[in-house]
Ligand binder design. Structure first.
Ligand code: FDA
Length: 390
């Protein structure tokens, strides 16, 4: 049985960051991954350009059953620390929007950077490593793989969430947490497009490809100002992905298609203009036609509506309700909500409170960020923290 100081399961964002930091401290580190490539999610992230962090990272951008949990790690390894690492490797990047930082060239640059840092820190990485069993062994653990048996003092679980099973996502981390008696919070797909109820699908399907800026609001009052995209399957776009993480089945989502007060202003400026013509100046034309039919709105010059009618139309368009049929699920979701309960872990080290030397980092735990680089930042920050102590 080959002995290591640290075994990390998962060669994704969090696992690699932890490996680098532990390696730099002189620990003998082995990273095991059942995939055939390192950092596959990094490679496909951000449309192939990896949105690796965000200028505006703050604890409020994370969903977690224990909201204070993320504060320590995010403060100890910040977006500025990761940006410094990217700059050290001379990777060109840019801000796309809302503080989101992307590589100019390719997400491969980020993977190459992590692999180089691992090599410099003396980290060993073993791919196509199927893990058969994990057990406690003295103060540490034994890890049985198809390729052989290992022992380690510290075991770090960095197996990520359930989204995109096609590229290696597995429930391994959750099962391991259960094996050691750690509590799990229910998992569900997050940052995911909505599907529609059959009757909505019929009326909205023809809008596939239409996109517009909106404010999306969930039943709990969370709001995101981003764009909405109609698709053949339902609705997507950043506004929908963001709000999906706050959505509960059965609840409606409201989209502000037009700001309040703008129809009254339209009446003052162009009283003779028909509602349809006026709306088509504010919204995509295809959407206007569908909206008029769907909402049963009579089309006439704005001055012919009584104020109550105009106010009702305005109210409807300022909070247009849509009841999703569901989500597209883990097949297309960017993240998994829920996971290992953070109450089981130290917010400083990510070690399980009740199982010495067992650590959980990254998406496998119940921490989910907004769209826009926040999830990678959590992987870097939590991985870095564990890397200081394993
Ligand atoms: P991650 O999933 O990266 O790594 C887990 C590793 O564990 C994988 O390599 C997997 O093969 C391995 N593994 C799983 N089960 C195993 C087992 N049984 N045995 C051995 N190994 C196992 N976030 C962001 O901030 N900016 C972005 O641009 C994007 N874009 C994006 C696009 C798409 C399409 C997706 C699906 C996701 C994103 N994300 C994102 C989210 C981001 O990718 C995600 O939050 C992080 O990769 C999580 O990092 P982890 O290291 O925790 O898991």
């Amino acid at each position: 049985m080959k002995a290591w100081d640290v075994i990390i399961i998962g060669a994704g964002a969090a696992g690699l960051m932890c490996a680098i930091e532990a390696g730099k401290r002189g620990r003998r580190v082995l990273v095991l991954d059942h995939g055939k490539r390192i950092g596959r999610k990094i490679l496909m992230s951000g449309g192939g350009r990896c949105n690796f962090t965000n200028y505006f990272v703050e604890p409020g951008a994370y969903l977690c059953g224990n909201p204070h949990f993320v504060k320590s790690a995010l403060a100890r390894y910040t977006q500025w620390d990761f940006i410094a690492l990217v700059e050290k490797h001379r990777i060109a990047y840019h801000e796309k929007t809302l503080g989101q930082l992307f590589c100019d060239d390719s997400a491969q640059d980020i993977v190459d950077m992590l692999v180089k840092e691992c090599a410099d820190a003396g980290v060993s990485i073993s791919l196509r490593a199927e893990i058969l069993a994990v057990a406690e062994l003295g103060e540490g653990f034994s890890v049985d793989t198809e390729a052989g048996q290992y022992s380690c003092h510290s075991l770090v679980v960095a197996t990520g969430g359930l989204s995109m099973p096609k590229i290696g996502a597995s429930p391994f981390g959750y099962r391991l947490a259960e094996q050691f008696g750690l509590k799990l919070l229910p998992t569900r797909a997050g940052l995911v497009p909505f599907t529609l109820q059959p009757q909505d699908k019929e009326t909205l399907e023809s809008l596939a490809g239409v996109s517009l800026p909106v404010v999306a609001e969930s039943a709990d009052g969370t709001r995101f100002t981003e764009s909405l995209l109609f698709t053949h399957r339902g609705v997507s776009g950043p506004a929908v992905l963001q709000i999906s993480s706050y959505w509960q089945p059965g609840e409606p989502v409201r989209f502000q298609l037009l700001p309040e007060g703008c129809l009254a202003q339209g009446l003052a400026e162009s009283p003779s203009q028909e509602l349809k013509t006026w709306l088509a100046r504010q919204l995509p034309k295809r959407l206007v036609e569908t909206l008029l039919a769907r909402e049963g709105l009579v089309n006439k010059p704005l001055k012919q509506y009584i104020p109550k009618e105009l106010a009702a139309i305005e109210q409807r368009l300022a909070a247009w309700p849509l009841q999703p049929g569901g989500t597209e699920g883990y097949r297309t979701a960017e993240v998994t909500l829920g996971g290992v309960d953070t109450k089981e872990l130290s917010s400083k080290t990510m070690m399980a409170n009740r199982v010495p030397n067992l650590y959980f980092i990254g998406e496998v735990m119940d921490v989910t960020g907004w769209l826009g680089g926040y999830n990678f930042q959590w992987a870097w920050s939590s991985g870095w923290c564990a890397g200081q102590v394993v």
